[in-house]
Write a protein that binds this ligand. Structure first.
Ligand SMILES: [Zn+2]
Ligand SMILES: [Zn+2]
Length: 159
């Protein structure tokens, strides 16, 4: 592999929809650090790195969330080297950096966007925010829902 060249480029990444909610990147214009090395013979080895935050609704408690996402990806493009050695983002001497950066971001993005790693979420019964509970307090409980089979038995008993 030959000498690498480092370039910094600004790429805009459009919002993405995860679990039906829209998430915007903050900043949307990301500074991508690109390393390009010409391979001996022909072709290129490429590496990109950037970090940005994904902002939107916490998937558990619905409050604002903006987890940082660190993206690192590599591509190799060696024309005629077979499918594995041809990058879908390289066309001759042109690199589709916007498409590559977006795909790499989607792969690096967390499956669950949370306001904090251990977000307690909302109560399934009354939708109270369980993050607001006093940790020293008694916790948050509801009477167990009555099992319908037992409800029928209790009706029988009344007859
Ligand atoms: Zn949350
Ligand atoms: Zn509750």
């Amino acid at each position: 592999m030959g000498e690498g060249r480092r370039i910094e480029l600004v790429v805009r990444i459009d919002p993405l929809v995860l679990a039906g909610e829209q998430y915007v990147l903050e900043p949307e214009q990301v500074l991508v650090k690109l390393e390009v090395s010409r391979m001996t013979g022909s072709g290129y080895a490429l590496r990109l790195r950037f970090r940005t935050a994904l902002t939107g609704q916490c998937m558990r408690c619905l409050k604002a969330a903006s987890p940082e996402v660190e993206v690192e990806a590599r591509e190799v493009d060696r024309p005629g080297g077979g499918e594995e050695l041809e990058s879908p983002y390289v066309d001759g001497e042109k690199l589709n950096l916007a498409a590559w950066a977006r795909d790499a971001f989607v792969l690096a993005a967390p499956a669950k966007v949370l306001c904090k790693e251990d977000c307690a979420g909302l109560c399934q019964v009354c939708a109270a925010d369980l993050n607001d509970l006093d940790p020293a307090g008694p916790g948050h409980h509801h009477e167990q829902e009555r099992d319908p089979r037992w409800a029928k038995l209790s009706e029988l008993k009344l007859q």
